[in-house]
Design a protein. Structure first.
Lengths: 157, 182
């Protein structure tokens, strides 16, 4: 993962980040409409977005998809990896293209990753292959229900 | 085009996944629109016109299908996706809770309603290793701040919480964008 560059964020940058996390209009000149709400010009908004994207302050600007609604499947899974075996297991797990995100976490279950497959049936198959390749149990934690959250984080820096 | 090969196109940079609910594209243009925009919208004055030109489709259809996908929830929202770390959220804790199954929907909705909880899910327990059935992702500027927020969740749940833990991420081991293939 590329690190974000350290750039100074001014009040306008913060307003863009805080207020444009949703509700971007679908119309002929959406940047113009969004810019007017922010009290800046369309060109300035485009230039600032480009700068925030280049600096990786924004990871992207556009539609956020809920991909499971398109037929794919995503499941959080965890493994208990012995420290002595960590590097070997990490290489095995990360070599699977189905492993999208992988985090080390502070728990006995110390490796947490997201499996992404084109079809729901692909998850069980991938879990079985991961277990065979690593020699360790894989614990899938499928989402049973998602509770609504307002996904908006305000700039803290 | 704003092509960023490592940018995740779906929500929840830390904990996202779904329960395997199958689905299909409602319209032939939808899949192509996803492919064309999962790297981002064109940064030009008329982005939907640019997409229409790129796809060889009428701009009215492009805008109508995007609006329809937004309506159906295939698109959660359109806008800026901040890098949590870059905007000051350097600590993230996956808080996990053991609450009674018969109350989980009520409690999950209340936890999900807290401003600092960015994802909240009901997931299965794995007894005896893992007693927790409610997962809530908490972001903060420090571990102390995350712990303070976790304490707020504990206070909200009260005696309904039988056990809890918070798992901090200490290392990103892999992060590729969750994308559909062409």
């Amino acid at each position: 993962m590329r690190e974000a560059a350290r750039i100074e964020l001014d009040a306008v940058d913060r307003a863009i980040i805080d207020r444009l996390q949703g509700d971007f209009p679908i119309c002929e000149r959406p940047y113009l409409e969004a810019a007017e709400v922010l009290g800046i010009g369309e060109d300035e908004l485009l230039a600032r977005l480009r700068r925030l994207l280049d600096a990786r302050v924004l990871t992207r600007f556009g539609p956020m998809f809920q991909i499971e609604r398109m037929g794919g499947a995503f499941v959080l899974a965890a493994m208990r990896v012995p420290e002595a075996d960590w590097e070997r297991v990490l290489a095995v797990v990360n070599a699977f293209p189905e492993v999208a995100h992988n985090y080390r976490r502070t728990h006995e279950l110390n490796m947490w990753f997201v499996l992404a497959t084109e079809t729901p049936g692909g998850i069980a198959d991938t879990v079985a292959r991961l277990e065979a390749a690593s020699g360790l149990p894989v614990y899938p934690f499928p989402k049973l229900k998602e509770y609504f959250v307002e996904m908006k984080l305000e700039v803290r820096t | 085009m704003n092509e960023r090969p490592d940018a995740a196109a779906i929500d929840a940079p830390d904990s996202d996944e779904a329960g395997g609910e199958g689905g299909t594209f409602a319209h032939p243009l939808d899949r192509r629109l996803v492919l064309a925009t999962q790297g981002g919208l064109p940064l030009v004055a008329r982005p939907y016109h640019a997409l229409a030109e790129q796809l060889g489709a009428p701009v009215e259809d492009v805008m109508a299908r995007l609006a329809a996908m937004l309506e159906r929830g295939v698109i959660r929202r359109i806008g800026a996706v901040p890098n949590h770390y870059a905007i000051g959220y350097t600590a993230n804790g996956m808080s996990v809770w053991d609450v009674p199954d018969e109350r989980i929907d009520e409690l999950g909705a209340r936890v999900g309603g807290l401003a600092f909880v960015t994802h909240c899910y009901h997931r299965p327990r794995k007894l005896p290793d893992w007693p927790y059935n409610l997962f809530a992702m908490v972001h903060g500027a420090s571990r102390e701040e995350v712990q303070a927020k976790v304490a707020e969740i504990a206070a909200l749940l009260g005696p309904a919480c039988r056990a809890h833990d918070v798992l901090f991420s200490t290392q990103i081991l892999k992060k590729t964008g969750l994308r559909i293939g062409g």
